[in-house]
Write a protein that binds this ligand. Sequence first.
Ligand code: GLC
Length: 720
Amino acid sequence: MNKKELVSLVKNMTIDEKIGQLQQLTGNFYTDSEAEITGPLNESGLTTEMVANAGSVLGLSGAEELIGIQRDYLESSRLKIPLLFMADIIHGYRTIFPIPLGLASSWDPILMKETAEVAAKESALSGLHVTFSPMVDLVRDPRWGRVMESTGEDPLLNRQFAKAAVEGYQGEDLRNDLNRIAACVKHFAAYGAPEGGREYNTVDMSERMLRDMYLPSYKAAIDAGSKLVMTAFNTVDSIPATANKKLNRDILRDEFGFDGVLISDWAAIKEVIAHGVAGNDKEAAKLALEAGVDIEMMTFCYQHFLKDLLAEDLVSIDLVDEAVLRILELKEDLGLFENPYRGANAEAEERWVFSQEHQDVAERAAKESIVLLKNNQQALPISETEKLALIGPFVDNGEILGTWSWKGNPKETETIKTIFEQEPKKIEASYVPMADVNNLTKEELNGAINVAQKADKLVLLLGENFMMSGEASSRTNLQLPQAQLDLIAALAELNKPMILVLFNGRPLELTAIEPQFEAIIEAWFPGTKGAKALHDILFGKVNPSGRLTMSFPRNVGQVPIYYNHFNTGRPIDYDDLENKYVSKYLDVANTPLYPFGYGLSYSNCSYGTLASTKETYRMSEKIEINLDVTNNGNRAAKETVQLYTRDIVGQVVRPVKELKGYHKIDLAPNETKKISFTLDSNDLAYVHSDLTLTTDSGEFEIMVGPNSEEVQTILIHLTK
Ligand code: GLC
């Protein structure tokens, strides 16, 4: 249907049918099978007619089931407007990829796009139309559990990953490519900056900071064509995002040009009351509709009060009609009026969901996401002659999928033990699993000590339970659980070389235990093929190449800690640490334990002298930077060469460094490559105090290195 036909369809709808389209319900309103519940369940008070009129469903999948629901729904639909099926496909449908904070450590947006394509295909064949992904909230605080769902602390990487994810989900022709689903970028806006890292807490920042650091990733997703945006639970400038007209109409729709569907987060419309900006459901409905929210997820303010608001002339029917039209346009963009069953196909679902081809992508993604944080005395890779003791809660545990892995099944996920035992060469290894990340039994401790005494090397597989990160999972203590600290202390007494492998959804505080280990690997929650990927890295079949996209603090007292911080008026002078009156702590350094961009490999790459083709550039000229990078090792390596800049004197304070480019390169043993970066003045633009995005002339530091701390620096001048 064209727009004109859709407009006339809206005109033909009754007010109940219109309001129904604005309602989203969980699947258990339509079936007895298990729908995914991802928020508080409020009393609905819905009539059967209201349920029959609802325009979309979340948290259900399965080709046959959704075909059946759609068929029944259309039979009772007067105007034959099809249902939309949406779900949280965050990093894979049933083939699960590393959590986004892990996948981001690949520094490979093309890989992100590939994983999104696979997730879209599995979801579409299973009957889904929309995923509530990508989450693009910039994060700086690992106390917040949802950092696992983000791609980290840097605006450039977040923009690139946001774009890649939307392109992967939606493809080039969403209507006709039945292996694609619509993307829903979230959470608009700045949900990643809750005070204290406490879930659902207040977000408060200047509009300049919001625009400079936080909004670019949402805009990148919208520019890539994301069909939906989801509102955030938090306040923006002291107004709940879901009721924030300036945010959702002036910025999102008018300035960003977003003309798709704005959906509330779960219960976020009703929660405007708890925020203290609406007195009741009716006021909440009015504010949300005026703020341009089209779909209400799992609360019922629109359903129960829009008719009264219209009857009392407190809202205009035009606002309802525009919301309904956007929803119908989305259904049209998905081709649902012509083919309400779209990609749902039980046979193809059987063939492709969790297929070997998809698992191969998951294995590659896991290998690229794992970060080597420490490797003293070449403790890694492990040689196959060494007798190993593998100890800890992740020895034989398939729960390495992360908390947003709905259809992922730990029971069908290979564990470290199964992989080690499958591998062709029989590695001499003993295993001591721990049943619970938070509890070390006497038997487990004794078993661990006994096995460790007979081993050459101890591999401790430790971390968080997958439910300790993700939504509603903030922590004030970022250390490993005490039971695991006790295990480490006991095994350290044996003076055997120990290797730590971490499974976790956030940067942890490792300072106290780091000295006990010869090597440390950050595996995140690596997904379906995480065990195989880890095995291949441990034994050197794969040279680790992951780089952190979020800083690891020395202790939680430093948080929020991030690389692109301001200098302050009294910056610390590392050549004069005795100087008291500078910005520092009495008890810990300012720097993170592991910085943004950091990661090791089994090779060692050296960087030649950084050079710029000129010292002074005009604004209109391209800035050309280059240097040689050499792989001095005897293994092929992937090296991520990073370029940072610093605007020495800005119109407002500027970060001490900002990532402006990177190249992830393959280097054969002893190979040298000349690496070039080209920047233009737009790359150096930032939001000024008048909220314009412009570039200053003046001096800039250009920094290049293997991470955000080990950099070479040169100066260039930019003139008008
Ligand atoms: C949750 C999350 C959101 C998710 C939605 C639907 O509360 O905040 O990210 O997409 O509800 O499950």
